[in-house]
Design a protein. Sequence first.
Length: 140
Amino acid sequence: MEFRVDRRSGVATYLQLVTQVKQALRLGVLEPGDRLPTAREVVAATAINPNTVLKAYRELEREGLVEPRPGAGTFVRRSLSHPGAAADSPLRLGLAAWMLQAREAGLGREDITALVAAAVDDSFSTSGPEGPGTSREEKA
């Protein structure tokens, strides 16, 4: 796993690392038993403070996602992945096709991110006991 740090994002560096590990867990890139890069390896690749890496790993440990093994490293304890997020799932393939259409329509990264965030917000704001995507009108 390679970490990417955006110093201009306004998001604390340790939270960026935590988010990237969680994303890798959701997408199945990291699985239980996998070893995370050592703090030294992350520092060498990103030029961040070692304490920042350790803070991120402690947060992941607090959430029960990883466990440190003295002398061996930090290892994934549990996954966050769902079959629908797998690289070969129909949902992921459909999203990739949609992304291609969006880019061909001239949308840039920020446009696509805003559009997806709005769609996610809309989808979850209308979910209720009947499940995601159920609008208030359908419930009445």
